[in-house]
Design a binder for this molecule. Structure first.
Ligand code: BGC
Length: 584
């Protein structure tokens, strides 16, 4: 007999037995996810039979991983004190390492991982993320984002691997396997979430949570394949998306969630809503469409639980739907081994941010760098140049080099524990004089080379959209950053530009003007890795995960330049990337 099937069979029997004993309130509790502060009182964790807790950012009792674990252990004890003692699952947005915990290893965002094209490396990074996430008290991550972004105006382009469906499929598999390991029961594994189902990156004009006006065939061909791969590789959960699909909010899209994801693809895990998904997208329609657990946060808790109960009592929601939702949630709790082993493992704490983890992150940084131009083989740089000037605030700020979802939801503009910056990396490797001219006002005309680091300041969802409601960002470099480049180019200094950004930016003119141009994406905590490639310890390997735009005009249309308008030609195609000739 196949032991896996047998285990599965036993789990289903245990669920049957629990379902016959559970009251309606207990079932509704399982279908509820709250934050560990603000949303409800601690007492209600047990009193309302809460199924899951989410941490985003915000107060924890202390700063050490031991204190974090203690907090979640305490909440778990409350859950275990209930009549049926059903453990909770603890979820966190660990989307490039355990990025909510200062001192963890922070990997390049997925766009950079996409540039590496290295599935083995993506798997390793996810394994490490799983360990560091478990070490801080969580067993569930809301990652990977497997969007296929079509428009660089979307402020979440960097959360996804690539505009290529095929590359996204390959790296999705690696990420799911990396996070979940060979057994979810291991304390070195976490449950992964494929998100956001579906069409998040393909909204018209790249608006977060906007309208996706793609025909079903295109959705099937371009957007669904990574989900099929995630499901085939056992992904534990799928998160519904904020966007609407041809007018129907995805949270209430029964055809896609119930018929396609759960039916045709045979997904047997949890469909979790996104932030306040119940109140925002049609309340009980969301449950009827197939969403199993609701993020009932920011004041939604009571209205969700009451609304759901009313819906069941008034037969708006069939009891079978509730039982299916609870079954899926319990199934994952059994698969995670939480009934036998509900608490975090304190021995893992010692592994947070350790050198061997950082080495993998640094390798990812090196392999993610895409060389777009290298005139007269200016790269690699000699380590013994007599004077190097390094320009730009992004050159020496770990927060700026890491993007959104780092320490805070929208990222940070400060340095954080354990990270190295590019400037530190340069100082470690080069033997001559290094001067830091943060805003190009120093005008070091005697430098042999200027390394000018420009880019975007951190943003996450909504805030990062271009041309949307907030409109804080642009498709080009800021004027100040253009000036940094121009100042040194105009002085006749050889200029190497490193671009730190969550998306391809329109930089045609600056690529032309500079001697070398490197797309470094959002490298995370190991900025040193960039220096290792600039100075020739390693060659460039990265390949563009998105085609590179040539003008802002290219973005006037509904979609990106890549699939939809044959008349738009990118400056560099998907997959482009130079290497330099190695010199001894
Ligand atoms: C985002 C999700 C994230 C969730 C929980 C939402 O606003 O869209 O990607 O997992 O918040 O923080």
């Amino acid at each position: 007999m196949n032991p896996e099937t047998d285990t599965g069979h036993i789990i289903e029997q245990k669920i049957d037995s629990l379902l016959t004993r559970m009251t309606l309130d207990e079932k509704i509790g399982q279908m509820t996810q709250v934050r560990h502060f603000d949303d409800i009182s601690e007492e209600d964790i047990a009193g309302k039979f809460i199924g899951s807790v989410i941490h985003t950012q915000g107060p924890l009792p202390g700063n050490t991983a031991k204190e974090w674990q203690a907090k979640f252990r305490h909440l778990q004890e409350l859950a275990l004190s209930t009549r049926l003692g059903i453990p909770m699952i603890f979820g966190v947005d660990a989307v490039h390492g355990q990025n909510t915990f200062e001192g963890a290893t922070i990997f390049p965002h997925n766009i950079g991982m996409g540039a590496t094209g290295n599935a083995e490396l993506v798997e390793k990074a996810a394994r490490i993320t799983a360990v560091e996430t478990q070490a801080t008290g969580f067993n569930w991550v809301f990652s990977p984002c497997i969007a296929v972004p079509y428009n660089e105006k979307w402020g979440r382009v960097y959360e996804a691997f690539s505009e290529s469906t095929e590359l996204t499929e390959t790296l999705t598999k690696a990420s799911v396997i990396g996070h979940q390991g060979t057994s979810l029961k291991s304390k070195r594994s976490v449950m992964a979430t494929a998100k956001h189902f579906v069409g998040d990156g393909a909204t018209d004009f790249g608006v977060e949570g906007g309208e996706t006006s793609l025909e079903a065939d295109d959705v099937a061909k371009r957007l669904l394949p990574p989900y099929r791969v995630a499901v085939e590789n056992g992904v534990g959960s799928v998160m519904a998306s904020f966007n609407a699909m041809l007018g129907v909010p995805m949270h209430a899209h029964k055809t896609l969630i119930t018929h396609i994801l759960k039916g045709a693809m045979q997904f047997d895990g949890i469909v979790v809503s996104d932030w306040k998904g119940y109140s925002r997208f049609g309340e009980n329609d969301v449950i009827n469409a197939g969403v199993d657990m609701i993020m009932a946060v920011e004041g939604d808790f009571d209205m969700y639980q009451e609304g759901l109960k009313r819906g069941i009592e008034q037969r708006e929601i069939p009891v079978e739907r509730i039982n299916d939702a609870v079954r899926r949630i319990l199934r994952q709790k059994f698969r995670l081994g939480l009934f036998e082993n509900p608490f975090p493992d304190s021995t893992l704490i010692a592994e947070i941010g350790i050198q061997s983890h950082r080495d993998v992150a640094r390798q990812a940084v090196r392999e993610s760098l895409v060389l777009l131009k290298n005139q007269n083989n200016i790269l690699p740089l000699q380590k013994d140049l007599s004077k190097i000037v390094v320009v730009g605030e992004h050159a020496n700020n770990a927060g700026l080099q890491s993007g959104g979802w780092t320490i805070n939801w929208q990222g940070t503009t400060e340095n954080y524990d354990g990270a190295t910056t590019l400037l530190q990396g340069i100082k470690n490797l080069a033997t001559g004089q290094i001067v830091y001219d943060v805003d190009a006002s120093g005008k070091h005309g005697d430098a042999d080379v200027a390394i000018v680091v420009v880019g975007e300041t951190p943003y996450a969802e909504s805030f990062g959209d271009i041309g949307g409601e907030m409109d804080l960002y642009q498709l080009t470099l800021t004027e100040a950053h253009q000036k940094y480049i121009n100042t040194y180019v105009e002085m006749g200094i050889k200029t190497v530009v490193v671009l730190i950004s969550g998306r391809a930016l329109v930089t045609t003119e600056h690529i032309e003007r500079s001697d070398a141009f490197v797309a470094a994406w959002l490298p995370g905590s190991e900025g040193h890795g960039i220096a290792e490639v600039l100075f020739g310890d390693y060659n460039f390997k990265g390949r563009l995960p998105h085609s590179w735009p040539k003008s802002e005009e290219d973005y006037k249309g509904k979609y990106g330049p890549n699939f939809w308008d044959d008349t738009v030609r990118p400056l560099f195609p998907l997959g482009f990337g130079l290497t330099y000739r190695m010199i001894n």
